[in-house]
Design a protein around this ligand. Structure first.
Ligand code: ZN
Length: 321
């Protein structure tokens, strides 16, 4: 735990994923506000309580919980904290709807993964893992207030502006403290890794049912003009060089696009075959992430006319044009 400038304190909480920890942020100005919550686990709650105590803001002093996005490591124990403190929970409606309709999402996801060539055992392994992670590590809140793009979230002295940045999730919000040049980015920007554009199962006509990567890259453009001296991300260390971080993300995706095109030079392939060529070690949840990312890139390449799509025996195939 470290103190940050501008009355914002970072607290690192354990998560049972390879990433290891999630950062939540305390704004210790009235109304005392917690940004993200960590997963619902006894460990996570204990570390949170201890850290808040050390900062002089016991958990029952929290009045407001802002959720950057609807993934378990960010909203998992919101309901629990709200039950203890009476805090109101704020989230964007796109992610609230996703949280409330996860069963529908799994149901829609299985045929899409199958159509994109994922073998049955990998598909079932990925979905079972995600289902049980969501059920055990999060409790969906039912009583929330919605935040929209551009809302001002006021404190005694400070004000945060919400910026809707769809991509990693459909309703991801960054919170911008303009006065101090601080951007709380959720998983929109991360220090070590490039956020995955989780597939949104939206298709515009035939072909890859995911517009998430396109939206993600648009959301990178959306924040480019901000004056930011410090990014406080959802995982990992704070990021100092804001313009450099954006350039790094864009060149990472350019590189992925060209890797993907070279995989397709060897002949037509399904999204799953491409993802196993690019990420040969992926297992369970990572299979889903791999196919998600590939579908996002395929969507862009198809829209640009650089690849072609065809359906054969119920599977979607892609080839270079
Ligand atoms: Zn996360």
């Amino acid at each position: 735990m470290e103190e940050r400038t501008g009355g914002i304190h970072s607290i690192s909480l354990p998560v049972p994923f390879p990433v290891g920890t999630v950062n939540v942020y305390l704004v210790d100005e009235e109304p005392i506000t917690l940004i993200d919550t960590g997963v619902k686990s006894d460990d996570s709650l204990r570390v949170l309580k201890d850290s808040l105590g050390e900062l002089g803001c016991p958990i029952d002093s929290i009045r407001r919980i802002l959720i950057t996005h609807g993934h378990v490591d960010h909203y998992g124990q919101a309901k629990r904290i709200s039950a203890i403190s009476g805090a109101q929970i704020f989230i964007h409606k796109n992610d609230f709807q996703r949280i409330r309709s996860m069963d529908q999402f799994w149901e829609n996801l299985a045929p899409v993964l199958r159509q994109n060539g994922t073998p049955r055992d990998s598909l079932e392994g990925a979905i079972d893992y995600m289902k049980s992670a969501v059920r055990s590590l999060a409790e969906p809140p039912d009583d929330v207030c919605f935040i929209q793009d551009g809302d001002e979230i006021c404190f005694e002295d400070l004000a945060l502006r919400s910026i809707l940045c769809p991509g990693h999730s459909p309703g991801l919000l960054c919170f911008y403290l303009e006065k101090k040049g601080i951007l709380i980015s959720g998983d929109h920007l991360l220090s070590e890794i490039s956020p995955n554009p989780i597939m949104d199962l939206k298709s515009e006509g035939a072909g890859p049912p995911s517009t998430s990567l396109k939206k993600y890259l648009d959301s990178i453009e959306k924040i480019r003009g901000l004056e930011v001296s410090l990014v406080l991300p959802g995982h990992g260390e704070p990021i100092q060089g804001f313009p450099g971080a954006l350039t790094k993300i864009l060149s990472h995706h350019e590189q992925r696009l060209s890797n993907l095109l070279s995989v397709l030079s060897m002949g037509e392939k399904t999204a799953y075959e491409i993802s196993t060529a690019l990420f040969p070690k992926a297992r369970h949840f990572e299979v889903f992430l791999g196919v998600s990312e590939v579908l996002g890139h395929l969507r862009i390449l198809l829209d640009e006319g650089r690849i072609a799509w065809r359906s054969k025996n119920g599977l979607d195939y892609y080839a270079r044009t």
